[in-house]
Write a protein that binds this ligand. Sequence first.
Ligand code: PMP
Length: 407
Amino acid sequence: AVAFDVERLRADFPILQRTVYDGTPLVYLDNAATTQKPRAVLDRLAAYYANENANVHRGVHFLSAEGTENYETARRSVQRFLGAAHAHEVVFTRGTTEAINLVAHGFASRLREGDEVVVSALEHHANIVPWQMACERSGATLRVIPALDSGDLDLHRLGDVISTRTRLVAVTHTSNALGTVNDLRPIVEAARAVDAAVLIDGAQAAPHAPVDVQALGADFFVFSGHKTFGPTGIGALWGREAWLEALPPYQGGGDMIDRVTFERTTYAGLPAKFEAGTPHVAGGIGLGTALDYLMEIGMDAVAAYEDGLIAYAEERLAEVDGLRFIGTPQRRAGAISFLLDGIHPYDAGTVLDRLGIAVRTGQHCAQPVMDRFGIDGTIRASFAFYNTRADVDALVDGLAKVQALFG
Ligand code: PMP
């Protein structure tokens, strides 16, 4: 890893140099929605389409073989980024949402009436709805680990929620709505004690700190490329070999088969079994490039820098009169949610936008989190390693302007 130099790293991201409206510099604080792409990724995508485009896994010709090799090399980048034991435990998906649907679809055929699936009160809709659908199909019941006012999960209640009826626990590592970094160890241990499988939604964790799926002790870990400085339309599912072998295919089609007759089809081995059809080759290669870029910086260095930045942002925002944090979790990564007294989040977001400051307002695809706090939405500032204290200062100055207009 090289020394962490935020200005040098910012120069890798063309979009961070642009202005919005009439020449207003962009302050991008919507990284939980999607992250920007470094030139390495942009160049890689252009090079792929300009010089390398071919279908993979099927051609006898040079380009197809080269493309297959590059696509499979990208899979090994994902493997290294996650600390996975095997490259064939990495399945490329469209993103976090598809990865969770893939696992939930597989579980739907295994669940029985009386079985339970456990999620937490802090989940994104993507880690709620697929499980509701699986429960509906199977007659299983959805249970919820509750959250405290701090925005931390109430781990004292684990024993009430996780039982011998639990088949799977699906929980987010980091909340996109509040920024809470969940303490996963007791959750994984409680699940292990009753032989339940564990899926970790890593969409908001992977961009901010090192991931080691083996140390986490989970069975599935999912994340999105576009939130990890890679292309949209690509993400990954890591699953333990034994679990991926046990689950049925998600979609049928080319590439995922071994032998097809009209009477019977046998399926390909891992990971092809879960990758029906022509894959997002460019996306996979672009994601591999993004993760190589991150590993070159070093995720430890990213985490250390962001911890300092988040602490500074919490400190500066706490000085704003009439600002109420929604969630004051013990550990935070990426996002800070708050409200301004008497001002609708949308109004605040609109004024900030005119100042070139991109934040997100609303429910953040986490309506149950909003319900838990009895609010309609929040203002969310979310950070990446290329953000600076100057970005935080711009936000705080912008909030003063919001209050001057609406206060
Ligand atoms: N889970 C979490 C925690 C997220 O933040 C998101 C994206 N906002 C998702 C799941 C869904 O990811 P995607 O839309 O990339 O599939």
